[in-house]
Design a protein around this ligand. Structure first.
Ligand code: LLP
Length: 424
């Protein structure tokens, strides 16, 4: 459930009509609902409450410091994949001991930052990374707590570009060499093996891949313990999917409770501390992208609504053919003609399409539309392609709203660039 509902015919974020925000900040903009963020975090945290768990919000899904702080105040930790995300999490008030650092390509500088901050755990994904981390830790005179990310070779049955747990993917340590890898890791004086980690992909809408992967992790914990490694934590990564309104079985697909039951079955008797890194399931449906129709154009075979948002603002449809529900901000009164419309942006690429053949009211230019489920991997993946300034992010709480990132101006963009001497 989210808090974007029509009230008196106007789509609102909690008690604030989105049209009012549009008037104040212009379009396009991202809008997030505090009540939805809090609700989704709580549902997840409560589902895993009886397990010894730390919930580390995957910052990459939405790295705005106000969003992170909203979750941190409820007790969330953070899963970060760069020094930048780590600095944001710390700035937003996440305690270092609730931060895990994931990713296949950490730099020495990022490792040093993590070790100086004293974060909970660094998830290691390759042999050369072990050696570099050991060296950085010893230079700083500390011991790095690590978890080895294993690749369980399980098909997550999600989009191929966000599948991470197959043997052909770049992630984790190959399942079959995990024992030797741990033996080598244990020999480094600057490292301490704290646990095991796994993440098989994102937007998983079935439990089976999790069940399969977690059973393998369980076996691996037992084997590694037999080998003499004290495996104290298991990091299950993120990946639980959300309804985007495109699949027929939306209502029956698993939620945090079902996911927690799978985890519990795999770990009940292990006595491990568990770490979760949910991203999308917390923020995905807590955000919308509001855009204005600039023109309506009738092509030979299609009706196009050309909007002022573009693929640079929300890449998911262009990148993954992702479906996002698109709704008008003014609820169409009964009897309004509904026509199939392609919602497209102004960029000169056919991929700049938010939705094809969507049932939308006949009304045309100036209408405001909300592209739903845009809270995760929306603003965080946006760019300035076409010299389009980054758009504002707005956070709503009850009847109040605040700009949590202003619109960048073209002047600011130009000021960041410079002429070399010979062009001066
Ligand atoms: N932990 C690790 C190690 C990850 O790589 C990810 C996401 C997460 C946690 C959070 O996964 P989530 O709970 O959000 O599924 N840009 C893509 C999604 C990329 C996900 C990358 N890794 C999209 O827009 O669908």
């Amino acid at each position: 459930m989210d808090h974007f509902q029509y009230r008196d015919g106007q789509l609102c974020a909690e008690a604030v009509p989105l049209a009012r925000i549009a008037e104040a900040v212009g379009t396009p903009f991202y809008c997030y609902s505090t009540a939805t963020l809090e609700r989704h975090y709580r549902v997840f945290a409560e589902a895993v409450a009886e397990l010894p768990a730390t919930v580390c919000f995957a910052v990459k899904a939405n790295p705005n410091i106000a969003v992170i702080r909203t979750l941190a105040r409820l007790g969330a930790g953070a899963d970060v994949v760069s020094g930048g995300e780590m600095m944001k999490a710390l700035e937003a008030g996440v305690p270092a001991e609730r931060i895990v650092f994931s990713g296949v390509g950490k730099t020495r500088g990022e490792m040093a930052l993590a070790l100086k901050a004293g974060i909970m755990q660094i998830n290691v994904e390759s042999e050369p990374e072990l050696a570099v981390l050991d060296q950085v830790a010893r230079e700083l005179g500390v011991i790095a707590p690590i978890a080895v990310r294993v690749n369980p070779d399980v098909d997550a049955k999600t989009h191929r570009k966000i599948t991470t747990g197959k043997s052909e993917n770049k992630f984790g340590i190959d399942w079959t060499s995990a024992r030797e890898f741990h033996a080598r890791a244990a020999a480094f004086a600057g490292l301490r093996i704290a646990g095991l980690s796994v993440h098989i992909g994102s937007q998983l809408r079935k439990l089976e891949p999790f069940r399969e992967a977690f059973a393998r992790v369980r076996e691996m914990v037992l084997t590694l313990r037999e080998d003499g490694h004290a495996i104290e934590t298991i990091d299950f990564g993120g990946g639980l999917g959300i309804p985007y309104g495109d699949d027929a079985d939306d209502m029956t697909s698993p939620g945090p409770q079902d996911y927690a039951a799978v985890v519990k079955a795999a770990t009940d008797d292990l006595g491990c501390r568990l770490i979760f890194e949910p991203g999308r399931v917390i923020v995905g449906n807590a955000g919308v992208l509001v855009t204005r129709v600039l023109y309506v154009k009738h092509g030979a075979t299609r009706r196009f609504a050309i909007v002022d948002a573009a693929m640079n603002d929300l890449m998911r449809p262009a990148l993954y053919d992702a479906y996002h529900a698109i709704v008008p901000i003014t609820e169409p009164p009964a009897g309004t003609g509904i026509v199939e419309t392609d919602v497209v942006g102004p960029v000169c690429e056919t991929g700049d399409t938010f939705g094809v053949k969507r049932p939308l009211p006949e009304a045309g230019a100036d209408e405001l539309l909300a592209i739903r489920s845009a809270g995760a991997y929306g603003a965080s993946m946006s760019s300035t392609y076409n010299t389009r300034p980054l758009i504002p992010e707005v956070l709503v709480r009850d009847d109040a709203f605040a700009v949590i990132r202003p619109r960048l101006s073209v002047e600011e963009m130009i000021a960041q660039e410079a002429y070399p001497d010979w062009l001066g």
